[in-house]
Design a protein around this ligand. Structure first.
Ligand code: C2E
Ligand code: CA
Ligand code: CA
Length: 403
């Protein structure tokens, strides 16, 4: 069961005793009773091991381990709670820390000033709604590796699909397969919960095989009803470097009569960091057999540019952290514009992931981005809902394209 407000465990990490006591007092006044305090990062990490902390207020400037180092350590330890930054530093510094935390996979709820108002505090704590937490956190359940193994054997993993449409014409051009675990008891489990579990425990190859097999089977069905759509799939680093992914993919394409040219394989930069030689070999072989290759989450790593020059990519996928409301952020907009330009010059298809509103859609259309993937056009959905989505989309289209 999810926790009620008065069951939330909240921790304040702040070296300045007076500021720490003031914040603790303010939070207590709002009705939260389970409060922990730490005067430095070491104590905070120790407390996180002995308690399930739901919300952590993190000061940035602290002697010894500063806030950024603490956030990195929390991320390495798989911290699942919400984080609120408390800092008197300038906005652009705090914004950079917010982005860094998101890149570490932490759930940042926002920032507070010092001192902060009770309204500001209440709002941020309330932002930690059960819906925004991953399922394992939400229900207090931990999914074990044995359970995942059984789920794989019992057919509980399946691909959902998020449609991709061309900005210029609004035409439906393809979709990305996104793994879901249909848990008989807990409902739909997010890949953020089970992909890392599979990767850590040697189950990722089996999982990749299941997703490849099922989505190619769906692709075969679409072809039968005259839908020739591009299908994108995510490859994890380990499956790429180890195992015999290329042969498996070719065999499965033959089995389901799918042309590899319709398939795009999405990889992230971390894939190349581990073993560049092997990654290069595997990706070049896949490309040689006609598969498209996409560099996923472009712009989030440090070596994107270098990798682009090294590998035979066909698509560049802009990360949603830059795309989302880029019209309101000049530095994000600059990254988007130059990435689209780069893709064009290198002859790659540009895809924007995370388009959530009409303003972003219009801006990216003007900038000449090729393909849109985001909640604005469609959320991920099970295979049998795609046709209905397409009808709705076609009805929306005239107003969008005429703008
Ligand atoms: P990703 O490859 O970056 O996939 C895109 C994620 O962004 C999806 O989350 C999708 O639902 C989400 N998304 C798309 N548009 C929007 C938007 O407009 N707003 C917001 N807020 N989110 C949007 P999802 O399905 O939870 O997948 C998370 C990650 O799990 C994926 O990130 C991918 O790295 C991994 N994953 C999913 N399926 C597989 C798989 O079959 N194999 C492997 N190795 N990884 C997978
Ligand atoms: Ca992807
Ligand atoms: Ca992404």
């Amino acid at each position: 069961m999810s926790k009620t407000a008065d069951e939330l465990v909240i921790m304040v990490v702040e070296d300045h005793a007076f500021q720490r006591k003031t914040l603790i007092h303010q939070i207590r006044t709002l009705g939260y009773q389970h409060l922990l305090e730490a005067e430095n990062g070491i104590t905070a990490l120790a407390l996180c091991q002995s308690h399930t902390v739901d919300i952590l207020f993190c000061d940035l400037r602290m002697p010894g381990m500063d806030g950024m180092a603490l956030l990195r350590r929390l991320s390495l330890g798989g911290f699942q709670g919400g984080i609120i930054l408390s800092s008197a530093l300038e906005d652009d510094v705090v914004d950079a820390v917010l982005r860094m935390s998101a890149a570490y996979g932490l759930h940042v709820l926002g920032r507070i000033d010092k001192p902060s108002s009770p309204q500001q505090l209440r709002q941020l704590i309330d932002a930690w709604s059960p819906a925004s937490a991953p399922l394992a956190q939400k229900s207090g359940l931990t999914l074990s590796v044995d359970e995942l193994r059984r789920a794989l054997d019992n057919n509980q993993l399946l691909p959902w699909y998020q449609p991709k449409v061309a900005f210029a014409s609004g035409q439906w051009v393809g979709m990305e397969a996104l793994a879901r675990w249909q848990h008989p008891e807990y409902g739909l489990v997010s890949p953020a919960v089970f992909i890392p579990l599979a990767e850590k425990n040697g189950l990722i190859d089996q999982l990749t095989d299941v997703i490849i097999n099922k989505s190619l089977q769906d692709c075969h069905l679409w072809e039968q009803i005259g839908l020739s759509l591009n299908l994108s799939m995510n490859l994890s680093t380990t499956s790429l470097i180890e195992g015999d992914l290329c042969h498996f993919l070719i065999n499965q394409c033959q089995r389901w009569g799918v042309n590899p040219e319709l398939i795009t394989l999405e990889v992230t930069e971390s894939s190349f960091v581990q073993d560049l030689g092997k990654a290069l070999e595997a990706l070049t072989r896949l490309r040689m057999h006609g598969f498209g290759l996409s560099i996923d989450d472009f712009g989030t790593g440090y070596s994107s540019m270098q990798q682009l020059a090294l590998l035979p990519f066909t698509e560049l996928k802009l990360d949603r952290s830059f795309v989302d409301r880029c019209y309101a952020d000049p530095s994000h907009l600059a990254i988007i514009e130059s990435s689209i330009e780069l893709a064009r010059k290198l002859g790659l298809t540009s895809v924007a992931e995370g388009v959530e509103d009409a303003q972003t859609w219009q801006l990216l259309t003007q900038l000449g981005c090729d393909i849109c993937q985001g909640f604005f056009t469609a959320r991920p959905m099970p295979c049998n809902e795609l046709q209905h989505w397409h009808q709705t989309w076609q009805a929306r289209l005239p107003t969008l394209i005429s703008h």
